[in-house]
Design a protein around this ligand. Structure first.
Ligand code: URA
Length: 212
């Protein structure tokens, strides 16, 4: 039982509304099994060219769950998400939020690298959707951050433009998990003039989401 739940129970306060954000031993096992399943996945054509499945990395009890697009070359070679240039910018963005990569969980919409870094297609996205949904359910985060259009389209089932989706609170499926859309760090690297918008995204999150 969490400390918060323990205290509320002692005060005879109903705790049924409290979201548990810890993983039981059983779930830990499931997370391990899910990773193994992903490592052996052959559901789409991306399986045939990959060096590594990039399952995800970070704190498996994180309050903040971050979803990017797909692994790039360096991620494919190492099996770790967001370690190239976009990853370095993501680390800086997290730092400015007083967070380190170990405080959050980072993964992608698809777990294998699309050739030439093209966008993943709908078949690849749906082949991977089970892994992503199970990761979210096992981690049970307090907030989800979607980096860029591919993650936003997949999770929010929308084709609205980024400019419309950001600085709004969405919800993951039929849960109460608030879900925010940020510009993708790779887009910010390509369009440095837009970098200031990430500060608006961070500020919006700080003012509207309580993850303490
Ligand atoms: N871009 C992504 O969306 N994910 C990565 O892991 C790296 C770059």
């Amino acid at each position: 039982m969490s400390r918060k739940k323990e205290l509320l129970t002692l005060m005879n306060i109903d705790t049924s509304w409290l979201k548990t954000n810890y993983i039981t031993e059983n779930n830990q096992q499931s997370f391990h099994d899910l990773r193994l399943e992903a490592n052996n996945c052959q559901k789409c054509q991306l399986a045939y060219d990959r060096n590594n499945v990039v399952f995800g990395k970070g704190n498996e009890k994180a309050d903040i769950f971050i979803i990017g697009e797909a692994p790039g070359k360096e991620e494919d070679l190492t099996g770790e998400p967001f370690i190239g240039r976009a990853g370095k910018l993501l680390t800086e963005i997290l730092f400015s939020m007083n967070l380190s990569r170990d405080d959050v969980y980072i993964t992608n919409t698809v777990k294998c690298r699309p050739p030439e870094n093209r966008n993943p297609n709908s078949e690849e996205i749906s082949s991977c959707s089970n892994f992503l949904d199970k990761q979210i359910s096992l981690i049970s985060p307090k907030v989800i951050i979607l980096l860029g259009k591919i993650a936003a389209e997949r999770i929010l089932n929308t084709s609205e433009p980024m400019s419309f989706l950001r600085t709004k609170i969405h919800y993951y499926k039929d849960t109460a998990i608030p879900t925010l859309v940020f510009y993708h760090p790779a887009y910010l690297l390509r369009s440095p003039g837009e970098k200031k918008k990430v500060w608006e995204d961070i500020l919006f999150m700080r003012e509207n989401i309580n993850v303490s």
